[in-house]
Design a protein. Structure first.
Length: 129
C-alpha cells in the first residue's frame, strides 16, 4: 500500500510538471488581435444590442450606424430590423430588456414593423395646467 501511494505521488508530480512545461513553454497561449467582423453570429447580435443600448443613452444615430458598420454589414438598418424581429419571435412575450433598445434604434432608422410596436415605450409629455 505504501508503494502504491508513493508511486501515485511521484506520478502526480511528473504529470503536473509535464503539464506546466507543455502549457507554459511548449504550447503557450497566443493572443491575436482579431477584427470585430470575426465574431460569431451570436457575438454580432450581442454587439448590436450593446450598440442599441448605447444609442438609447447618447441618442447619436450616426455613431450607432458607424459602430454597426464595424461588423461588416452593408445595410445597418436592415440588420437591426432583422435582428429585432428574430429576437421578438424567439422571445415571445418574455423579457424585453434586449428588445426595447433595438426597437428604439429601429424606430430611429425608420425600419419599424408591426411586431415591434408592442415594444415601443410610451413617451411622456409634460402636462400643462
Amino acid at each position: 500500500m505504501k508503494r502504491f501511494v508513493i508511486a501515485l505521488a511521484i506520478g502526480g508530480l511528473i504529470g503536473f510538471a509535464a503539464g506546466v512545461y507543455l502549457g507554459w513553454a511548449q504550447f503557450p497561449v497566443q493572443t491575436i488581435n482579431s477584427s470585430i467582423r470575426g465574431l460569431s453570429q451570436a457575438g454580432k447580435d450581442r454587439y448590436a444590442v450593446m450598440v442599441a443600448e448605447g444609442y438609447e443613452l447618447d441618442g447619436d444615430l450616426g455613431e450607432a450606424i458607424r459602430r454597426l458598420q464595424l461588423l461588416g454589414i452593408p445595410d445597418a438598418a436592415s440588420y437591426v430590423r432583422t435582428l429585432t424581429e428574430r429576437m421578438i419571435s424567439a422571445n415571445g412575450s418574455g423579457d424585453a430588456t434586449d428588445i426595447r433598445p433595438l426597437v428604439a434604434l429601429a424606430q430611429a432608422l425608420n425600419v419599424m414593423t408591426p411586431p415591434m410596436q408592442a415594444f415601443v415605450l410610451p413617451t411622456t409629455t409634460p402636462s400643462t395646467h
